[in-house]
Design a protein around this ligand. Sequence first.
Ligand code: NAP
Length: 281
Amino acid sequence: MSALVLDGKTLAAQTEADLLARVEQLKVRSGGKTPILATILVGDDPASATYVRMKGNACRRVGMESLAVELPTSTTTETLLAKIQELNANPDVHGILLQHPVPEQIDERACFDAIALEKDVDGVTCLGFGRMAMGEDAYGCATPQGIMRILEHYGIDIEGKHAVVVGRSPILGKPMAMMLLQKNATVTICHSRTRDLPGLVAQADILVGAVGRPEFIKAEWVKPGAVVVDAGYHPGGVGDIELEPLAEKASAYTPVPGGVGPMTINTLILQSVMSGEKSLG
Ligand code: NAP
């Protein structure tokens, strides 16, 4: 039987239509104000500049505004921290996005953690992570939160399932594992020092690939009927999992492209609107 395609592209487009209406209603209620996402780009990495531009465009598509802050490559930790504090104190700013990675002289963790919890719409602070892991209110880290939204949208059963997450990065694997645990999955986290990765992947009812290597996880490792989520995206349009043979073997899977990818920016924008709604009424 063909696997269900977990179509993030369509879900993101539907969410944008919904957000456009929510921003319009918020404008009426608040005397013309819209949520504002501040984006901070440090340096001139072209890929980062493209991501920031895409985020600004997504804001405009839902009727929100964005405030683009651009700082030179030579920026110090102190200068960046001061800018973040300024944005924290600005009542017109409802969300702050610091584009990763920042130049190496900057203490990125300190700068992420300086973002006020209520403006951490990208879910990057330690405080937000800790609260999320404890089941308290916090905006989820955008990519794993986007994955949870896809699973929820398609009614994928999580409770009691064995979820295997391959990767433990702060922005993906770790928060992903905590989110699945919150939904009562039994979670195994794999990383570069894990022994017998194929054996662990074979136990997964829900498999999340977040390794950063093209088609590193092989289709033959995957249990028939598993739900397969591929967070990777590499040149040539492949992810971290060998997906093609899984279209018949898995019960559901996220395609690459068009699965997880579109949900990341979409979740950032959704959480910015939520923050705007909280502060503007
Ligand atoms: P990352 O920071 O490079 O982390 C990769 C993780 O994979 C690490 O935890 C690493 O383990 C683990 N790993 C490396 N080699 C391994 C091996 N041989 N066996 C098992 N685990 C291994 O990457 P990331 O930022 O989490 O991104 C992961 C993937 O998601 C990438 O393909 C990236 O492009 C994609 N991504 C997509 C979006 C999106 O918007 N769709 C956003 C972010 C990332 P150690 O911790 O032991 O080193």
